[in-house]
Design a protein around this ligand. Structure first.
Ligand code: TXA
Ligand code: MG
Length: 323
């Protein structure tokens, strides 16, 4: 199955495939997700296999409502407050795993054996429709090969997984960066991953100052707090050079802000007007586009660190690391 336009028929077919234990790629407001029914361990295993994802890196469970989320996790006052403020939307909450009925248990594989579970209520209308048609929670990591740049367009998903994976075409994802992850199992909620929801938005709505992850963490000990925050991530083939103030021959330029005086042969501009929302939305697509031109490196102009710039810079640092 190729990339499918969203119709009643294609949504029914994709939902049936999920119920049979197959994988499908679905749009969310953040990035595309590679989805499987979260309560089906055999289906979830296919996610790890398809992505080449290490088994110690747990998955996010997507549910339609806070009430559905409470079937799987314990929401303390802080978690409830965050969920009520930001769901549906680009916020993932890590809460103690606490299934109310064992029949609907989220398998160890989804949680990588952790005593917690990461849950979010997505806002994308197509994801919402599929969740309701399937009637089960969906485990869905970003729909990219492990370590590669996340996918914000259906074509990105197809480029990573080939033509056999059914992909529901929602066009470009409206936010373009993954959800922000907050761990509510710690006395003060901890920011595990900064994403499409800014730190400032959370602090403003809740009056909370989020704690930071205590890095560095070691891999493979079973004690990692933010298992997905491995350094090598979001990586294009090309080397990535940050805070570039000049461009070498055969380098591609990932620009930000006004660039009228620059005409390099390989260039994309995240936002000519210096708008961080626009830059977030373009980031992964432009990294993939420049990478496809086979430059010796992708030189990235400085991006302001405030607001969404924090998440953008975090992705770029990981893209530049680990090679
Ligand atoms: O926006 C998003 O969050 C997208 C869309 C598809 O929902 N999903 C996504 O999933 O970015 P993924 O797998 O690429 O990132 C999930 C992150 C990983 O870093 C993983 O380690 C972390 O969530 N995670 C999952 N369960 C966790 C848990 N119980 N404790 C701590 N971190 C957890
Ligand atoms: Mg990912």
């Amino acid at each position: 199955m190729p990339i499918l336009a969203p119709t009643a028929d294609s949504i029914a077919a994709l939902s049936a495939a999920l119920q049979r234990g197959e994988l499908v790629a679905l749009p969310t407001e953040t990035v595309y997700g590679l989805a499987a029914v979260a309560t089906n361990p055999a289906a979830v295993l296919k996610i790890y296999q398809a992505k080449g994802r290490p088994a110690f890196n747990p998955l996010i469970v997507h549910v339609p409502t806070l009430t559905a989320a409470q079937q799987y996790g314990h929401f303390n006052e802080t978690a409830l407050h965050l969920a009520q403020n930001f769901w549906p939307g680009p916020l993932t909450l890590v809460v103690p795993y606490h299934p109310t009925t064992l029949q609907q248990a989220i398998p160890d594989l989804v949680r990588a054996g952790l005593p917690s579970v990461a849950i979010r209520v997505p806002a994308h209308p197509l994801m919402v429709v599929v969740l309701s048609a399937v009637g089960e929670p969906l485990a869905a990591p970003s729909a990219n090969l492990s370590g590669h740049v996340s996918a914000t367009q259906p074509q990105h998903v197809a480029a990573d997984f080939g033509p056999n994976l059914p992909i529901l075409d929602g066009g470009p994802c409206p936010l373009g960066l993954e959800s922000t992850i907050v761990d509510c199992t710690t006395p003060t909620p901890t920011l595990l991953r900064v994403g499409a929801l800014t730190r400032a938005a959370i602090q403003q709505a809740t009056g909370l100052t989020l704690a930071e992850v205590q890095q560095p963490t070691t891999i493979g000990t079973g004690t990692i707090k933010a298992p997905g925050q491995l350094l090598k991530h979001y990586a294009p083939k090309a080397k990535v050079r940050l805070n570039a103030t000049h461009l070498d021959a055969h380098e591609a330029l990932l620009a930000y802000g006004e660039t009228a005086s620059l005409q390099p042969p390989m260039m994309r501009n995240l936002s000519p007007t210096g708008n961080l929302e626009e830059a977030a939305l373009n980031l992964f697509a432009m990294l993939r586009e420049l990478d496809a031109l086979n430059p010796t490196a992708i030189a990235v102009m400085p991006i302001p660190p405030h607001g969404l710039g924090e998440a953008i810079n975090e992705r770029l640092h990981r893209a530049a690391a680990g090679r």
